[in-house]
Design a protein around this ligand. Structure first.
Ligand code: PDD
Length: 275
């Protein structure tokens, strides 16, 4: 695989970053993941806008222009011949001797790589378990500080399930790397309102727009695990999963353990629109 590091396209074995990079020492870095469908980047504008916002919240700017960033995305997809999959980018504050205090305007590190994988197969649905949301308080910033999510997802796998839905003060915040939704028995789509408690998903935004266009009713508010277990169906969204059904929550099956119609419909419409 050819990867990108600070201006160079190199084989992955040759790509290096300093051990003093603040991304490595302090998780002082942000990232984005875009889906690739038919060799094309999905939702580039949305992801880059969120990237600029994440950087701004951490007192950083963009190391390259938006246009250059798009060009690097395209070049990397071309060099790796990716038809379907993901493209990952990470920007760190840069490299300096270890010090909690950072300097303004350091030379940032930019790395990017692709991951080829199928995105459009039939979705069987996943089983989730709830877990306390122990992440930091600025989940609206897409930092690489992902240890809590990584531990929760690993715990879910060890328990024979697929993912964790995170709970704070009795309410679901989001999935370990996705936004969480339920569909009530009277057909309303419920997902947590935007705040610093969740990542403002780019897929979430598109799906809520599509749902409104399809005349589906939407409620942006917190919900509990008990309400989710009693729902008609549940699903999650993320850039490389699109709309993915959830068929079990803490051992309780939804929709008879089968993907629900709303998730299926939204997924189809979203993929169709993205192509
Ligand atoms: N994760 N919430 C969290 C905590 C996430 O990590 C993600 C995405 C989302 C969905 O956001 P979007 O629709 O913009 O992808 C919500 C990416 C895909 C990842 O970490 O791989």
């Amino acid at each position: 695989r050819i990867v990108y590091v600070n201006g160079a396209y190199v084989p992955e074995e040759e790509a290096t970053v300093s051990i003093f990079d603040r991304g490595f020492l302090f998780a002082d870095a942000v990232y984005e993941v875009c889906a690739i469908l038919d060799g094309k980047i999905c939702e580039f504008e949305g992801h880059v806008e969120r990237l600029i916002r994440s950087l701004g919240e951490l007192d950083m700017g963009m190391p390259v222009s938006k246009e250059e960033l798009l060009e690097i995305h395209r070049e990397l997809i071309k060099r790796n011949n990716v038809e379907q999959g993901a493209i990952y980018l990470q920007i760190t504050r840069g490299t300096a001797d270890r010090d909690f205090v950072y300097k303004k305007d350091m030379k940032q590190t930019l790395v990017m790589f692709t991951q080829a994988k199928g995105l459009t197969e039939e979705k069987a649905g996943i089983r989730v378990v709830s877990a306390p949301d122990i992440r930091w308080g600025r989940r609206d910033i897409k930092t690489v500080q992902l240890l809590a999510s990584s531990m929760c997802k690993t715990m879910a796998k060890a328990a024979g399930k697929d993912d964790a839905w995170l709970v704070q003060d009795g309410f679901v915040t989001e999935g370990s790397s996705s936004n969480a939704y339920i569909v009530t028995k009277d057909g309303k789509i419920v997902t947590r309102n935007l705040s610093t408690s969740i990542l403002h998903g780019i897929t979430r935004k598109a799906i809520l727009r599509l749902a409104a266009e399809l005349d589906m009713e939407i409620e942006e508010r917190p919900f509990t695990i008990a309400e989710a277990q009693d729902a008609a169906e549940a699903f999650f969204t993320a850039a490389t999963a699109f709309v993915y059904p959830v068929i079990e929550i803490d051992g309780v099956e939804l929709n008879g353990g089968k993907p629900g119609p709303v998730a299926k419909r939204l997924n189809e419409v979203y993929i169709e629109e993205s192509r």
